[in-house]
Design a protein around this ligand. Structure first.
Ligand code: 5IU
Length: 273
């Protein structure tokens, strides 16, 4: 599978412009780390983004947990993304009928389409959610061009997750049906071999983001289950997502560097570097 190839090779051959950019960023910065910056004020978010920016490929936000979201949040995030060459992933987990998610994505208070390169959705509502988000982002008058993409939430890390079996298979089906907008998956492993109703193309190259990565802890008191960067990347993660493991560390910059180093070494081991 493509996960044996280097990010540089995948960047040069990938048909999706945002996937190419993602792999280029990883290669340029020698980082496959996504920091999940789950802080609750704009000042904390922008401070983390600026300090950790050099060591990460992507920042993942939950913009609706900020107590003071404003124009300054958007401007600050966009400026820092350019300054440090990282992409923005709003972990909004859209999960509604097509008509509603189009408005949640492209209208409304949070203006997600304006600043977030990557979004994600659950396929619980069925294929229509993917179709609707693709339709909005690929409309001729969509202002942000081909610089937007979707990850399908195919599995979850929490204890007792119901995102398994037929749900995970449907995630793969819809990714294969909308490859020009679906970058890949949020999942705990590579999904290329999952049973699917849609035939796998020989050159298929979906990107796998794995959450629940932590070097110090096995889980939390609310059902989160962790694995290490080595384990996640060994199972097929292309990008590892760490939240508290980085931002609650005594020194978040040192922690980010440690995840960057371990994530990169695990990647090099996988591609045989
Ligand atoms: N997140 C998960 N598990 C999942 C999915 C998303 O933890 O299956 I999909 C989010 C929740 C949180 C971050 O924003 O990833 C993990 O944070 P910690 O590393 O602090 O547990």
């Amino acid at each position: 599978s493509k996960s044996q190839l280097t990010y540089a090779a995948r960047a040069s051959s990938h048909p999706n412009p945002l996937a190419r950019r993602l792999f280029q960023v990883a290669e340029a910065k020698k980082s496959n780390v996504t920091v999940s910056a789950d802080v609750t004020t704009t000042a904390e978010l922008l401070d983390l983004a600026d300090r950790l920016g050099p060591y990460i490929a992507v920042i993942k936000t939950h913009i609706d947990i900020l107590s003071d979201f404003s124009e300054a949040t958007i401007t600050g995030l966009k400026t820092l993304a350019e300054k440090h060459n990282f992409l923005i992933f709003e972990d909004r987990k859209f999960i509604d009928i097509g008509n509603t998610v189009q408005k949640q994505y492209h209208q409304g208070t949070l203006r997600i389409s304006e600043w977030s390169h990557i979004i994600n959705c659950s396929v619980l509502p069925g294929e229509g959610i993917v179709e609707a988000l693709a339709q909005t982002a690929q409309a001729p008058d969509f202002p942000y061009g081909s610089d937007r993409g979707l990850l399908i939430l195919a599995e979850m890390t929490s204890k007792g997750s119901l995102a398994t079996g037929a749900y995970t298979s449907a995630s793969v089906d819809y990714a294969r049906k909308y490859p020009s907008f679906v970058l890949g998956f949020v999942a705990t492993r590579a999904l290329g071999e999952v049973e699917s109703e849609v035939a796998k193309k020989e050159d298929e190259d979906f990107v796998v983001f794995t959450t629940g990565v932590n070097l110090e802890s096995k889980g939390d008191k609310l059902g989160q289950q962790y694995q290490t960067p080595q384990s996640a990347i060994g199972r097929g993660a292309d990008f590892i997502i760490a939240g508290r493991g980085i931002y609650t560390a005594a020194d978040p910059v040192e922690a980010a560097k440690k995840y960057q180093q371990q994530g990169w070494e695990a990647y090099l081991a996988r591609v045989g570097g």
